[in-house]
Ligand binder design. Structure first.
Ligand code: F6P
Length: 365
C-alpha cells in the first residue's frame, strides 16, 4: 500500500495556492510509494461526515499552476480546535475535534499532512504537531507578514495589482487635480502599501507600523497644490491608524470566524482631511479582494512551485514540525515555533523605509 500525504489550503486564498498543490503532486509522483489526497476547505473536509477529500494525481493538477484560487477550496472559519456547534438555544459554541481528526487521518492511512496557510493556519499546524501529527507547513499570504521567510507566495502578485491601481489613479488624479486615496490590504503589516507606493510613485504611504499625523499629510497636499492645481496620491494599508487612534474594524458576522473585518480607513482619512481644512477635491478607492484573486505572476508561481516540491521532500525525508521557507537563494525549512513566534513587520530602520523617505514620500509621521 502506498504512503498517503494529505494536502489542504486554509485561511484567505492567495495567488499561487494551486502551483504549490501541483508542485507537491509532481514531486510525489516521482516516488513509487507515495500518493496524494486533498482535503476540501482546509481541515473541514476531514471533519465533515461524509469526509470530503479528493485524489490529487497528475491529471487533477495538470495546468493548474497559473490558476487563481485553490482547487481544494478554503475557509477562514472553524478548524479542528474550534469546530462551530449550534446549541439547542440557537447560540453557537465551539468544540475541540483535534483528537477525533487525528484518529480519522490514521484510519485514512495518512502518513503526512501538508498545511498551506498563513500564520493562523501554521499555529494550528504547531498544535497538531504537538499532538503527534506528522505535519509540514507552507507559508501563504498576500500580506507577507510571516517571519522566517523572505517572502510568502502571493505577495508579489498583490503588489503588482496594487501598483497597477496606483498607476491608474495617478493619471486620473493628475487630470482632475485631485487627492486620491487607495486602500490596500495589510492587517498588521504595511508591505503591500509600501511596495505599491514606491513602485507607483505615490506621495504619501500610511502603514500600520507608523501611526500617522493628519497634519503631516495635509502639509504635503498643501505644498503640492497651487491655485487649485496639483494632485496627490495616497496609499493606505487597511490596518493603518492615526497617532493615538485605533485600526478600523468590525466583528466578523460569520459563524466560527475569529477574524475582525478591517476596512474603511480611506474613507476616514478623506473625512479627517476635510475636517482638518483640506480644500482639494478628494476621492477614495478600496482595492479589496481584487488583490487576492486571479493568476499568480511568474515570481509567485516559481516560489509556490519551489515550496510545493520542498514540502513533499520534507514528507519523504520524514522531517515534520517544519514550515518551508525562502531565504534567498535557498528554499529551507524552519520549526513551526520559530515561524509563528514572531511577526514580520515593516521595520522603521529598513532599507525600504529609507528608500521611501529618500524619494520624498510622506509616511505620516
Ligand atoms: O490576511 C490576508 C487578508 O488579505 C488581509 O489583508 C485581509 O484583512 C483579510 O485577508 C481579508 O479576509 P476576508 O477575505 O476573510 O475578508
Amino acid at each position: 500500500m502506498k504512503k498517503r500525504v494529505l494536502v489542504l489550503t486554509g485561511g484567505g486564498d492567495c495567488p499561487g495556492l494551486n502551483a504549490v498543490i501541483r508542485g507537491i503532486v509532481k514531486r510525489a509522483m516521482q516516488e513509487n510509494d507515495w500518493e496524494v489526497i486533498g482535503s476540501i476547505q482546509s481541515f473541514d473536509g476531514i471533519l465533515r461526515e461524509p469526509t470530503e477529500i479528493m485524489v490529487l494525481d497528475e491529471k487533477a493538477v495538470a495546468g493548474i499552476h497559473f490558476q487563481g484560487g485553490t482547487i481544494l477550496g478554503t475557509t477562514t472559519k472553524g478548524g479542528p480546535f474550534a469546530w462551530p456547534v449550534k446549541e439547542k438555544d440557537g447560540t453557537w459554541s465551539s468544540v475541540d475535534r483535534s483528537d477525533e481528526m487525528i484518529r480519522k487521518l490514521q484510519y485514512l492511512g495518512v502518513e503526512a499532512v501538508i498545511n498551506i496557510g498563513g500564520d493562523g493556519s501554521q499555529r494550528i499546524s504547531q498544535q497538531l504537531f504537538e499532538k503527534g501529527l506528522n505535519i509540514i507547513g507552507v507559508p501563504k499570504t498576500i500580506d507577507n507578514d510571516l517571519s522566517s521567510t523572505d517572502y510568502t507566495f502571493g505577495f508579489q502578485t498583490a503588489v503588482q495589482i496594487a501598483t497597477e491601481a496606483v498607476d491608474k489613479l495617478v493619471t486620473t488624479a493628475a487630470s482632475h487635480n485631485r487627492v486620491i486615496i487607495l486602500e490596500v490590504m495589510g492587517r498588521d503589516a504595511g508591505w503591500i502599501a509600501l511596495h505599491a507606493a514606491i513602485a507607483g510613485g505615490a506621495e504619501v504611504c500610511l502603514i500600520p507600523e507608523i501611526p500617522y499625523d493628519i497634519n503631516k499629510i495635509l502639509k504635503v497636499i498643501n505644498s503640492r497644490f497651487k491655485n487649485g492645481k496639483g494632485h496627490v496620491n495616497i496609499v493606505v494599508s487597511e490596518g493603518a491608524k492615526p497617532i493615538g487612534g485605533q485600526t478600523l474594524s468590525q466583528v466578523s458576522d460569520e459563524i466560527g470566524n475569529p477574524n475582525l473585518k478591517l476596512g474603511g480607513i480611506a474613507s476616514k482619512l478623506l473625512h479627517d482631511l476635510k475636517d482638518a481644512g483640506c480644500r482639494a477635491d478628494m476621492r477614495e478607492t478600496v482595492l479589496g479582494h481584487l488583490q487576492r484573486g486571479g493568476v499568480p505572476n511568474a515570481f509567485d508561481r516559481i516560489l509556490a512551485t519551489q515550496f510545493g516540491v520542498k514540502a513533499m521532500e520534507l514528507a519523504i525525508e520524514g522531517k515534520f514540525g517544519e514550515m518551508v521557507s525562502y531565504r534567498h537563494p535557498e528554499i529551507l525549512s524552519v520549526p513551526f515555533v520559530d515561524a509563528t513566534s514572531r511577526y514580520n513587520y515593516v521595520q522603521k530602520d529598513s532599507t525600504l523605509i529609507r528608500t521611501a523617505i529618500g524619494v520624498g514620500m510622506c509616511l505620516g509621521d
